[in-house]
Write a protein that binds this ligand. Structure first.
Ligand code: ARG
Length: 260
């Protein structure tokens, strides 16, 4: 039995992207075809809630394509970014699709799919700010999203006052309200912010001297069966042009070059 459920949005609830039945009597085989995906949908253009109240974005479309390759249906859980790794641990979700950078610290706790996007960090400050580099953020107020690589980077700045937000969009909002001097976050997200929010009053400083970051899907440590399936699906999507089509759709000429 299939139910068409557009969105069931509870505060920290489940967003059913694709109708997926949960009627009594559903066979174990049908239930096994559900891929529980965790995301923090405050990260345009990777994952966000669109005007139609549906989850959308690059990661959302990519994970749907991956699930389709695996013959599965996505059941999306919109949760705090720093809750994703614990949620993988408890089995609340099977996979995290959330612009998550593959880092050695995280790779101790969870497994990652092969990388699907090359990112990096950047800083946004008001246009009239004297800040020209990350070093100029010394003793300044900086907004970041909790548990992110941007938060980690900002925490290294001498004398910095960190304002930590559950949602990336709230960190950016705080900057536009003048509550902080800067935001440190992922460059492609900041580029979108600059392009779409009429931010002629802001300037973006890419941290180009930093090492690039690579996004991967987070998977429960030791679930090699799922990792292998996800990697095979990603490989298929790389080879059949679907991944490229998604890069083009969301990033146009800024489409990232992926490592071979
Ligand atoms: N790439 C950064 C990290 O892994 C930020 C990711 C934030 N993602 C999100 N959906 N809010 O730490």
């Amino acid at each position: 039995m299939k139910k068409k459920v557009a969105v069931i949005a509870l505060a920290m609830g489940v967003l059913a992207l694709v109708g997926c039945g949960s009627d009594a009597g559903e066979s174990a085989a049908e239930q096994a075809k559900v891929l529980k995906v965790g995301t923090n949908a405050t990260f345009v253009p990777f994952e966000f809630v669109g005007e139609d109240h549906q989850l959308t974005g690059f990661d959302v479309e990519l994970v749907e394509a991956v699930a389709k390759e695996m013959g599965m249906q996505v059941e999306a859980h919109n949760i705090a970014f720093d809750g994703l790794i614990p949620a993988l641990g408890t089995g609340q979700i099977d996979l995290a699709a959330s612009g998550m950078t593959i880092t050695p610290e995280r790779a101790d706790k969870i497994d990652f799919s092969s990388p699907y996007y090359q990112s990096g960090l950047g800083v946004v400050v008001p246009q009239n700010s004297s800040v020209q580099s990350i070093d100029d953020l010394r003793n300044k107020k900086v907004a970041v999203q909790m548990g992110t690589t941007g938060a980690q980077k900002a925490a290294e700045i001498e004398g910095v006052t960190l304002r930590t937000f559950d949602h990336n969009s709230d960190a950016l909002l705080e900057l536009t309200k003048g509550g902080v001097d800067a935001v440190v976050s992922d460059l492609p997200v900041l580029q979108y912010f600059m392009a779409t929010s009429a931010n002629t009053s802001m300037k973006l400083i890419p941290l180009t001297t930093d090492k690039p970051e690579y996004f991967g899907f987070g998977i429960k440590k030791g679930n090699t069966e799922l990792k292998e399936k996800v990697d095979a699906a990603l490989e298929t999507l790389k080879n059949n042009g679907k991944l490229d089509a998604l890069y083009q759709k969301y990033f146009h000429e800024n489409a990232p070059k992926m490592p071979k």
